[in-house]
Design a protein around this ligand. Structure first.
Ligand code: ADE
Length: 371
C-alpha cells in the first residue's frame, strides 16, 4: 500500500460523523468566553490570541483586551504601545502589531465594520486561510474549512493519513478533507468541534479513544496506529547563542531603555540595549561591549560589571543573556541615534512600559532591594 494513500468517507459515514461531532460539541464543549459571541471582531481577537498560545493563558488576555478595545475602531485609534502593553506576556508580538494595522484598515476600507467576505477578511494583515475560515465559519456559519494543529491531528487520524501532514501533499489532502466533511449548516460548530476534540480527547499522546464520539469511524483506531499517526515532526535543531543586555546607569539613577525597531525581534517593545556577543570573555569581549554600546546608544562606557545571567529560548535559539552594568558618567544625548526611541527611566517607571520578557525580568531585578 502507498504509505500516503488517502481516504474518502462514504456519504453515510460523513453524515454520521457530522451528527456525532455536533452532538458531542453541544453537550461537552468547554464554556470559553469567545464561544458566547457572534461578533466577528471578538472572534478575530480570540483566534489571533489562540495562535501558538494555550486556551488557559488566552482567557484573561482576551477579556482584558476586549474590555479596553470593545470595538475594532477603539483598537484602530489606540496607540501601538498600549496594544503591545496589553499583549505583553503572550509572545509573538507581531500578531499584535498586525492586528492594530488590520483594525486601521477595517476603519479606512470598511467603514469600521469587520468585513464579511472571505477575500476581504483574507486581505487583512496577519490573516491567513485558517483565520479567515475560522472567523467567518464561527461568526456567520459560512461553509469554510479550517486546518490548524488540533485539526491536523484529528483529520490525520480519522483518515489514517500516514505521510507528513505538514508537507505540501499532506496539507492539500487535509484541507480537502476538512472541506469535504463540512456539513451544509452549523459549520462554525463543526469546526470548533474538530478543534475541541483535538484539544480534549484526540491528544498527541495517549488519546482517549474510548470517550471519542467518532471512534468507530476512525481508521487509525481500527488499525491501532494512534502512536504512529500523525507522523512525528522532525526534531527541532537548537542553536546556542550568547547576547548582552546593558544596564546603563546615569548619576541620577536613571537607566537607558531603547524601543526596538520595526525590523527587529520584539518590534515596538521597550528593552535594555541588547546585541549578540561573539567575543570570548576577556579583553576582546570588553572591547566588543564598549563598541556595540557606542554604536547602539551613542554612550561611551569604560568598564562593565556582570549583573545577571538569564537563559531563555526564542524560536530555535537557546540564548544565554549576559546582563552587564555600566555607569555613564557623561550621558550623551546628542549622540543618541535618531532612528530609535530612547528613554532614561528610574526603575519604578519601567513597569508601565511594554517590555520584552527579559527586559521585564531585568527591570524587576533593578527594583529589588540590595541585600
Ligand atoms: N484554537 C484555535 N481556535 C480555537 C477556538 N475557537 N476554540 C478553542 N481552541 C481554539
Amino acid at each position: 500500500m502507498d504509505e500516503t494513500a488517502t481516504h474518502r468517507f462514504s456519504a453515510q459515514a460523513k453524515r454520521s460523523l457530522q451528527q456525532r461531532l455536533l452532538g458531542w460539541f453541544a453537550s461537552e464543549a468547554r464554556d470559553l468566553p469567545w464561544r458566547n459571541t457572534r461578533d466577528l471582531y471578538s472572534i478575530w481577537v480570540s483566534e489571533i490570541m489562540l495562535q501558538q498560545t494555550q486556551v488557559a493563558t488566552v482567557i484573561a488576555y482576551y477579556e482584558r483586551f476586549l474590555a479596553r478595545f470593545p470595538h475594532v475602531c477603539a483598537l484602530a485609534e489606540a496607540d501601538e504601545h498600549e496594544v503591545l502593553r496589553l499583549w505583553e506576556g503572550l509572545g509573538y508580538y507581531r500578531r499584535a502589531r498586525q492586528m492594530h494595522a488590520a483594525a486601521q484598515r477595517v476603519r479606512s476600507h470598511h467603514g469600521g465594520q469587520f468585513p464579511t467576505t472571505f477575500e476581504e477578511v483574507l486581505a487583512l494583515p496577519g490573516i491567513g486561510r485558517y483565520t479567515a475560515g475560522a472567523i467567518l465559519s464561527i461568526g456567520r456559519d459560512e461553509r469554510l474549512p479550517i486546518l490548524e494543529a488540533n485539526t491536523v491531528r484529528v483529520l490525520s487520524r480519522l483518515t489514517a493519513y500516514r505521510g507528513d501532514p505538514l508537507s505540501r501533499q499532506g496539507q492539500k489532502f487535509l484541507w480537502q478533507t476538512a472541506e469535504e466533511l463540512l456539513p451544509e449548516q452549523h459549520s462554525g460548530h463543526f469546526n470548533q468541534a474538530l478543534m475541541e476534540l483535538g484539544a480534549m480527547l484526540c491528544t498527541p499522546r495517549s488519546p482517549s479513544c474510548l470517550l471519542c464520539p467518532v471512534n468507530t469511524l476512525c481508521l487509525t483506531r481500527k488499525a491501532g496506529l494512534q502512536n504512529e499517526i500523525p507522523q512525528a515532526k522532525k526534531p527541532q535543531q537548537f542553536e546556542a547563542v550568547t547576547e548582552a543586555a546593558l544596564v546603563l546607569r546615569r548619576a541620577d539613577g536613571c537607566v537607558l531603555l531603547r524601543r526596538r525597531k520595526a525590523n527587529e525581534r520584539w518590534a515596538g517593545m521597550w528593552d535594555f540595549p541588547r546585541f549578540p556577543l561573539s567575543a570570548p570573555p576577556g579583553s576582546k569581549r570588553n572591547r566588543q561591549l564598549r563598541e556595540e554600546t557606542l554604536r547602539l546608544t551613542g554612550q561611551s562606557i569604560t568598564r562593565t560589571a556582570p549583573f545577571a545571567t538569564i537563559k531563555h529560548g526564542v524560536t530555535r535559539f537557546r540564548i544565554t543573556l549576559e546582563v552587564m552594568a555600566a555607569t555613564v558618567s557623561q550621558p550623551q544625548s546628542a549622540t543618541l541615534p535618531t532612528d530609535t526611541e530612547f528613554a532614561w527611566l528610574q526603575p519604578e517607571e519601567m513597569p508601565a512600559r511594554a517590555l520584552s520578557t527579559t527586559g521585564r525580568k531585568i527591570a524587576q531585578m533593578l527594583r529589588m532591594p540590595v541585600p
